[in-house]
Design a protein around this ligand. Structure first.
Ligand SMILES: Cc1cc2nc3c(=O)[nH]c(=O)nc-3n(C[C@H](O)[C@H](O)[C@H](O)COP(=O)(O)O)c2cc1C
Length: 207
C-alpha cells in the first residue's frame, strides 16, 4: 500500500492540518505494515508553470495536434507529477482554509496535474476520472467555525472544492476531517486538534 500526502500548509510545525494528517498517516501505517508514504509539499516542490509550452501542450492534446519537442518536455513534467497520484492507494491532503477557499499553491498543483488523459478523460458520456478505486482524506483546517454566521453553503469553497475535484478524477471515497476554531486561542485550538486527531485515527481504522 502506498500513500501520497499533499501538504498544503506552509506553517509546518504549527500547522493544524498537517498535525491532524500526521495522526491519520501514523494510524494508517500501523494498520498497513510495510506501506510507503510520499510527501508532496506544494510550498517546496517546483510546480511547473501552467502557461506557454504546458498550456499549448494541453490544447494540442485536446485538438489532436502533434506536440512540439518543447511541448512534450513540458507535458512530461506534468505527467511525472501526476504519476505520484496514480501510484497512491490513499491520497491525504492537508488543506488550510484561505479566504474560504484553498491556498494558491495547492490550486496550482491541482491545475497542473488535472489534465485530460492524465487524471481524467471525457467523451459523450461526460467526465471519466482516472483515479478510480483510490481513497482521499482531506484534513480541512479553518480559523473560524462555519455555521449560522458563515453558512457552509455560501462560504465553504475549501471542502466543496476538494470534494468536487475528487469526483472529477473518479475518487468516490472522499473523507473530510475538520479542524475548526484554530484562531480562537490556544485552548480552543488544542481542543479542536485533539478531537480532529481522534476522528482521523478512527477513520484510519477503516481505510
Ligand atoms: C491567507 C490566509 C487566509 C485565511 N482565510 C481564512 C478564512 O477564510 N476562513 C477561516 O476560517 N480561516 C482563515 N484563515 C485561517 C486559517 O484557516 C487557519 O489558521 C488554519 O489553521 C490554517 O491551516 P494550517 O494551520 O494547517 O496552516 C486564513 C489564514 C491565512 C494565512
Amino acid at each position: 500500500m502506498h500513500l501520497l500526502h499533499v501538504e498544503g500548509s506552509p506553517r509546518k510545525q504549527r500547522s493544524a492540518s498537517i498535525d491532524v494528517a500526521q495522526s491519520f498517516i501514523e494510524a494508517w501505517k500501523a494498520r498497513h505494515l510495510g506501506s510507503t508514504v510520499d510527501t508532496l509539499d506544494v510550498w517546496t516542490t517546483d510546480l511547473p508553470a501552467f502557461d506557454g509550452d504546458a498550456l499549448d501542450a494541453k490544447y494540442a492534446g485536446l485538438t489532436g495536434q502533434t506536440r512540439t519537442p518543447a511541448q512534450e518536455r513540458a507535458w512530461d513534467g506534468i505527467r511525472a507529477l501526476a504519476e505520484r497520484f496514480h501510484r497512491a492507494d490513499v491520497i491525504v491532503f492537508s488543506v488550510p482554509m484561505w479566504n474560504f477557499g484553498i491556498p494558491y499553491r495547492l490550486k496550482h498543483l491541482i491545475d497542473a496535474v488535472s489534465q485530460k488523459d492524465v487524471l481524467f478523460s471525457f467523451d459523450e458520456r461526460g467526465l471519466i476520472g482516472l483515479l478510480g478505486g483510490r481513497k482521499a482524506v482531506v484534513v480541512a483546517a479553518r480559523g473560524v467555525a462555519l455555521g449560522p454566521d458563515y453558512p457552509a453553503q455560501d462560504f465553504d469553497f475549501q471542502g466543496a472544492y476538494m470534494r468536487t475535484w475528487c469526483k472529477m478524477v473518479g475518487i468516490d471515497a472522499c473523507h473530510i476531517v475538520l479542524v475548526e476554531k484554530t484562531l480562537f486561542g490556544p485552548e480552543a485550538d488544542a481542543e479542536s486538534r485533539a478531537a480532529a486527531r481522534d476522528a482521523a485515527v478512527v477513520l484510519a481504522a477503516g481505510l
